[in-house]
Design a protein around this ligand. Structure first.
Ligand SMILES: [Zn+2]
Length: 153
């Protein structure tokens, strides 16, 4: 699926503001789609359309709620800015259009992770999940050392 088709599919499920911070939306508006890796878009579409059919709560700043850094994080978002000011390197997949954090209504994060693992055959490439956190972090970083379809890190 090419980028144009993927984005058209996406718009059935997500508003761009759910996937980027306020800063990026303010500067780029609807054109902010361009910052997402194609494989990330494919992962997210499969995850939302075929697995988490109840819906996914990513950012909700656009409806007056607090989440703004669950998708793409720009360099002036709080987390990257604090790391930079502290002189620390920060290579989070959130800064590369390759990650998101989310919840599924009615399920715990652990239940969602188990469901992603159970459905791992649906992904045509390897993905990662963060373990031991009470939200779901999912990304497409691949250091090629893992032979698992889904790496828990
Ligand atoms: Zn930002």
């Amino acid at each position: 699926m090419d980028r144009k088709t993927l984005i058209a599919e996406f718009k059935k499920y997500f508003d761009i503001r759910e996937l980027v911070c306020r800063d990026v939306y303010k500067a780029f508006g609807e054109k902010a789609w361009q910052f997402f890796d194609l494989q990330f878009l494919q992962m997210l579409l499969i995850t939302r359309r075929d697995i988490n059919t109840e819906g996914m709560i990513v950012n909700n700043w656009n409806v007056g709620k607090p989440y703004s850094q669950r998708g793409l994080r720009c360099n002036i978002c709080d987390i990257p800015e604090e790391k930079t000011k502290a002189g620390q390197i920060y290579m989070s997949a959130h800064c590369n259009g390759a990650a998101l954090d989310y919840d599924v209504p009615g399920l715990t994060a652990q239940q969602v992770r188990q469901r992603i693992l159970y459905n791992s055959d649906k992904f045509p490439f390897k993905i990662r999940l963060e373990g031991g956190v009470n939200w779901v972090h999912q990304d497409i970083y691949d250091d090629i050392n893992s032979t698992q379809k889904v790496t828990i890190f």
